[in-house]
Write a protein that binds this ligand. Sequence first.
Ligand code: BGC
Length: 330
Amino acid sequence: MKTVSRNWVASVQVALSLLGLPYSAGTSGICRKNAINSTPSLCSSTSVYMSTVAHIKARCPVYPGSDTSRFPVPDDKVDWKTDWPQYYPVNYTAPTVLKKPVWADPEIGEFPPQFNSLDGSVDRRSHDGLYLILNGKPLNPHGRTGLEGRGLLGRWGPNHAADPIVTRWKRDSEGQRVHHTTSQLPMLQFVSIKRLDCGEWAIPGGMVDPGERISQTLQREFSEEAMNSLQASASVTENIQKRITKLFSSEGLQVYKGYVDDPRNTDNAWMETVAVNFHDESGNSVSEFPLQAGDDAGQVSWIDVDSSLDLYANHLHFLETVAKERNTHW
Ligand code: BGC
C-alpha cells in the first residue's frame, strides 16, 4: 500500500533533469530514432514526447479481462504535467503476463531493459519519439490511465502492432463498381475479422514479433487471420501466399503510425501501431480467394467501408483516412 503521495510534476522534471533533457510537452516525433541514453547532440531539438490528446479507452473503468477497476482519472487530470498528489493508480499485471511467456518482459528489476532503444531484437522505441522513464518504468506519453503495471500487455513501454487494411472495389453482379446512393462516390470493401478476445469487428492486425519488420508483420497477420494460411494444404497455401506477397509488395498507403488509445493501456505499457492500406484495384488478387478465419479471428468477411461501422480500438479512424485519401464513399 502506498503511503506517500507523489508529486508527478516534480518527479517528471527530476527525471528529465537527470537525463539532461528540457521539459517539453505536446511535441511529437521531434527525435524519432534517438535513445535517451545516446548522444543528445544527435537530435537537433531534443525533446520528450508527452501528448496533450486525452486518451479515453485507456481509462475504461474496468480493465479488460479482469475485475480490476482503474483509479478514476478525470479529463483534467490525464496530463502528467497537472499536479495531482491524490493519484493512487491500481497496480495490475495479468497472471498470464506474470507467468513469463516468451512474448512478455520480466518484472522491472529482473532484467536490464534498454528503453527508447532497439533492445536486442525487441524494439522499445516509440513511433512518436522519446518517452520518460520514472522509477525505472516507462511513463505513458498520453498521460494517466488509473492503472500501473502492464495489465495484459507483455512489454514495458510501447507494444508494437501492425494493421493491414486490404481493400477492393464493391462490385455488382455484372462486375461494375457500386456507387453509394447518397454520396454518389464509389464504395470500398475491406477485410474485417471478428476478434475472439472481445467479439468486436476489426482490421486483422497483430503484434510485431521480436526482430520482425513491420512489412512482414502486416503480411503474416493477414495470412494467418484472414486466409487461415496456418490450416490450408501446402498447394493452396503456396497459391495464396504468392498472391498475398504480390499485393503486399505493392506500394501500400500508410494511414497511421503511432500511439493507440487501447483499453489495455496502462501508465507503464501501451499499444502503438502502423496501419497500411493495400488495395486490390482489379479485384483479381486476394479478392478471388474465399476468406477463412484463423488464429485470433472468429469470423472474417469483406465489409463495406462506411462511417456508421462500429470497430475495435481506433480502426474506424484508419478507414476514414483510407476513404478520404482514395476519394470514396465514407
Ligand atoms: C491489434 C491491432 C490493434 C492494436 C492496437 C493489436 O492487438 O491486433 O489490430 O490496432 O492492438 O489496439
